[in-house]
Design a protein around this ligand. Structure first.
Ligand SMILES: NC(=O)c1ccc[n+]([C@@H]2O[C@H](COP(=O)([O-])OP(=O)(O)OC[C@H]3O[C@@H](n4cnc5c(N)ncnc54)[C@H](OP(=O)(O)O)[C@@H]3O)[C@@H](O)[C@H]2O)c1
Length: 327
């Protein structure tokens, strides 16, 4: 009898907020290994907001995309003996047969929780590192605004900005998240959901204006933030989660005069462009985590069968810190 694995199939393109009927959890037969192949068993799987916009390009009836921490449990490849811990982008599946291509050996030292490799010392951390330092070049004393600040990317952005000597303002969707940001050392925090007048709030917290805006959310929040930038301000367009489930995201034109007359720089980016410099970011992030300068919080969901729930909770704001699923 072949052994069985489990996987989540992307059955139907999302229309608005993802529905459980758009996905299917199924069992599959794990194939016998050929020469050069390994069998991986997932330990932690990542759920990320990008999966929602990227899914528009996915073929239906394929495994949902994503990265995971997985262990080699059978091997016919001498480069990856049994027991090797890896990172693999094989999607929402408990078991993966790999020929070794694209398989990454766990980049974190012993003693560091492995799940950090898909969080603060992984893709979201690297996004924070380059999106802030490379795109916005913050200087000590400057005012940095981060939206989605209590999430996987946002909390690392804020902590790096503090390391660089900036004054950091963070916004998040609950009082509890705001408390967490205060504990991390953010100078000013506010709950954007209970803020009646965002423009007035930003003018109160940054009366001279904002030098750097790290945008995780897009939409009206981002528009108001841009309108509060200082001369020569820099804006990193990292994400636009406020629009991911909208059928028709708003068209915005209010910022363009401001962009010109305040001579702003706004740049979108996808973290994979930094692939050649990935190790630089991982080394810096791991060092800061070890020194306690970056504190890590995770939002762990138990059970592979809860992948879809963990994914949709990103859009209701249930997570503080990086959302991961433990198989
Ligand atoms: N450019 C890149 O290469 C790259 C890489 C990774 C991530 N990203 C982007 O970065 C952003 C953050 O990603 P993440 O992995 O760190 O996720 P995350 O922040 O850990 O989780 C998503 C958070 O977004 C907030 N949110 C949900 N709906 C919202 C809405 N309508 N308006 C405002 N905030 C909303 C929620 O927090 P609240 O409770 O505060 O609302 C939620 O907890 C996303 O936009 C993502 O697509 C981009």
């Amino acid at each position: 009898m072949p052994r069985k694995g489990k996987r989540w199939i992307f059955a139907k393109h999302f229309d608005g907020f993802p529905k459980i009927s758009d996905m299917r959890l199924e069992e599959f037969d794990i194939p016998t290994l050929k020469d050069g192949e390994v069998l991986l068993e997932a330990e932690y799987l990542s759920v990320d907001p990008y999966m929602r916009p990227y899914s528009a390009r996915l073929q239906t009836e394929t495994v949902m995309i994503g990265q995971q921490v997985a262990k080699v449990i059978e091997s016919r490849n001498e480069n990856f003996p049994v027991g090797t811990w890896t990172l693999v982008s094989s999607g929402w599946t408990t078991h993966t047969v790999s020929d070794g291509k694209g398989l990454i050996k766990m980049p974190l030292p012993e003693g560091v929780p492995r799940s950090y490799a898909i969080g603060s010392i992984g893709m979201p951390g690297v996004t924070a590192y380059f999106g802030l330092l490379d795109i916005c070049t913050p200087k000590a004393g400057e005012t940095v605004l981060v939206s989605g600040a209590a999430g996987a990317v946002g909390n690392v952005v804020g902590q790096i900005a503090k390391i660089k000597g900036c004054r950091v303002i963070g916004s998040a969707g609950t009082e509890e998240k705001c408390e967490y940001l205060k504990e991390l050392g953010f100078d000013e925090v506010f709950n954007y959901k209970t803020t009646k007048n965002l423009d007035a709030k930003l003018k109160e917290l940054a009366p001279e204006g904002i030098d750097v805006y790290f945008d995780n959310v897009g939409g009206e929040f981002a528009t108001t933030a841009v309108l509060n930038m200082k001369l020569f301000g820099r804006i990193s367009c990292c994400g636009a989660i406020s629009g991911y489930n909208l059928k028709e995201p708003e068209k915005l034109s209010a910022i363009y005069g401001k962009m010109v007359f305040s001579q702003l720089k706004m740049e979108g980016f996808i973290v994979t462009r930094y692939q050649p410099r990935w190790a630089e970011a991982i080394t810096a992030l791991a060092g800061w985590v070890k020194e306690g300068k970056i504190k890590v919080r995770e939002h762990k969901t138990d059970g592979f069968e809860n992948m879809f729930k963990a994914f949709t909770e990103l859009f209701t704001g249930a997570n503080t810190g990086k959302a991961v699923v433990k198989v």
